[in-house]
Design a protein around this ligand. Structure first.
Ligand code: HEC
Ligand code: HEC
Ligand code: HEC
Ligand code: HEC
Ligand code: HEC
Ligand code: HEC
Length: 366
């Protein structure tokens, strides 16, 4: 209800219907969409929850609260019904537990992704990680505007580049890598217009891993001498496996023309983003295409630990959590955890899409 009232207010402040359809327009949107100069209009408070107003003269609490007054309902925080490539921040508010191998296992909300601090939408600072693993960006300063420029730019998804990093408690956090090169679909992710499928998904071209490493510097294999999973050209052998692999039931029946799995994306380095279709892209990789952070993670959040794209703690994905035997599950959580993707009963970890370690394995439940 609160969201509705605030949205109505934003509309009343002078955004016409058409300007709402294209709000940011690849640049800075109308200031009043996010700011209020006196927290007062027609003699009433603009943000009634904060009578003294907000830092940066925001019209709704924190930066993330301000974004979510519109974006929650587009699918960025919508009870897990946002099937966007980035993922639905609802999941960081959901904790599940169950008994596994004789002890209690907990999948905490905190671990499900980026805790973009938003009191109005139930998101507190991450309780475990005080800073970005592999870097020093403080969790206490994490919000939508740590990654997206609220004043817009021409980068993919308004992400910050290396010209100006995000606001960091009044100063700027330095980004060394530029914004990733990619092309996506609608920001409305709870409908088919922006929901991710095998056919319809972001086409990633380059730079995603370098970009994540702006904050997670040491987790990127180019920045460290540590052993970490590579994020670079796949090579023809692994690209060949990806193309042949359909599922744990069919390891070799696939073909390069149709092998793209939305759940296991890669960077198609030779894609021409000017002409590529993001609504019908099925082509698998060649050896030059890259495994990247988002081959395994979602940028926002997911139902699983470490913002993983699939449950990395179960042998069979059919046993993934949230499940109907978990404490605190909702049926909608269970139904939505794998978007509308169909997985075979015998499906083992999707690491196998590139590595085919499920060769010659037993079926589920045997
Ligand atoms: C989409 C929401 C949004 C819109 C539209 C917007 N702002 Fe902001 N603005 C923010 C947020 C959020 C902050 C707080 C700092 C941060 O998180 O980056 C901010 C901070 C600021 C600041 C102080 C810090 C800085 O980055 O310089 C100024 C000044 C500012 N905005 C001016 C404007 C003006 C002028 C307009 C209209 C031309 C505008 N903003 C439109 C969201 C917005
Ligand atoms: C008044 C409503 C409103 C607010 C507040 C708002 N947005 Fe948006 N946002 C939209 C609309 C409408 C679109 C789609 C049209 C467009 O891109 O201009 C959109 C699109 C986007 C996109 C996708 C752009 C693309 O290139 O596809 C991003 C990213 C985004 N918003 C981030 C933010 C962030 C971060 C904030 C808070 C600082 C914010 N928005 C606040 C309405 C809003
Ligand atoms: C602006 C800095 C910043 C950027 C850019 C960034 N992260 Fe993070 N990330 C953080 C911080 C801070 C945390 C710890 C706080 C939290 O998890 O809420 C974190 C936590 C994580 C976690 C662990 C989540 C958990 O709670 O266990 C994963 C996984 C992750 N990031 C992946 C990524 C990926 C993938 C990208 C690129 C798409 C990325 N990050 C970009 C700041 C960043
Ligand atoms: C850690 C960095 C990070 C944070 C924090 C973050 N985003 Fe994003 N966001 C991204 C990246 C990267 C993408 C592109 C994801 C893709 O296509 O795989 C994205 C995609 C989007 C999109 C396009 C549709 C979708 O859901 O994929 C919108 C809209 C958006 N973000 C809004 C937001 C809002 C609102 C917040 C805060 C509630 C936020 N983002 C916080 C990095 C971030
Ligand atoms: C091959 C899949 C894969 C790729 C690629 C990958 N990750 Fe991970 N990531 C994982 C798994 C699985 C975990 C769980 C912990 C572990 O296994 O180390 C994880 C954990 C994390 C964490 C949480 C660490 C913590 O201490 O809680 C962060 C942050 C993270 N990854 C960021 C990244 C970034 C940034 C990239 C790209 C530079 C990346 N990951 C690439 C699979 C991957
Ligand atoms: C999108 C494809 C892709 C996915 C998905 C993927 N990997 Fe990899 N993996 C690679 C590539 C490429 C290499 C490098 C192979 C090489 O250089 O021979 C690699 C290497 C490895 C290595 C060997 C590292 C070394 O230094 O020898 C291990 C172990 C590994 N991956 C485990 C995993 C696990 C576990 C997962 C799932 C969490 C996973 N991979 C998901 C592509 C992928």
């Amino acid at each position: 209800m609160k969201t509705f009232i605030k949205l109505t207010l934003v509309l009343a402040l002078g955004l016409s219907a058409s300007s709402v359809l294209a709000f940011h327009d690849g640049g800075v949107a109308e200031c009043a969409g996010c700011h209020t100069m006196h927290n007062s209009q027609d003699g009433a408070l603009v943000d009634a929850d904060h009578p003294n107003g907000n830092a940066y003269l925001l019209n709704n609490g924190t930066p993330s609260d301000t974004c979510l007054q519109c974006h929650a309902n587009y699918g960025q925080h919508r009870q897990g019904s946002g099937f966007g490539p980035g993922g639905d921040f609802y999941w960081v508010t959901r904790t599940f537990s169950w008994t596994g191998h004789g002890s209690t296992v907990v999948s905490t909300g905190d671990s499900h992704g980026h805790n973009v601090i938003s009191p109005a939408y139930g998101i507190a600072q991450d309780g475990v990680l005080s800073a970005a693993p592999g870097g020093d960006f403080l969790s206490a300063r994490l919000g939508c505007t740590s990654c997206h420029d609220p004043h817009g730019n021409q980068n993919f998804r308004l992400l910050y580049g290396n010209d100006q990093g995000p606001n960091y408690s009044g100063s700027r956090y330095n980004f060394t890598a530029d914004a990733p090169i990619a092309k996506g679909n609608s920001r409305t992710t709870y409908t088919t217009s922006g929901g991710e499928t095998d056919l319809k998904h972001t086409v990633y071209k380059s730079g995603m891993s370098e970009w994540c490493a702006n904050c997670h510097t040491d987790l990127h294999d180019n920045n460290t001498t540590n052993f970490v999973h590579p994020t670079r050209a796949m090579g023809s052998e692994i690209a060949g496996k990806y193309n042949a692999y359909v599922s744990s039931d069919n390891l070799t029946g696939g073909s390069a023309a149709t092998s793209y799995l939305g759940l296991v994306p890669f960077e198609a380095v030779n894609a021409d983003l000017a002409t590529v279709s993001t609504t019908n892209y099925t082509t698998g990789p060649t050896g030059v295409d890259q495994v990247m952070c988002l081959s395994c993670h979602r940028a926002h959040a997911s139902p699983f630990a470490d913002s993983a794209r699939w449950d990395m703690s179960e042998t069979f994905l059919a046993d993934s959590h949230p499940s109907v035997t978990d404490i605190n599950f909702l049926q909608t959580d269970v139904d939505r955890k794998y978007y509308n993707y169909t997985l075979v009963q015998n499906q083992r970890s999707l690491c196998n899409k590139c590595h085919v370690k499920d060769y010659d394995d037993e079926a589920y439940g045997l």
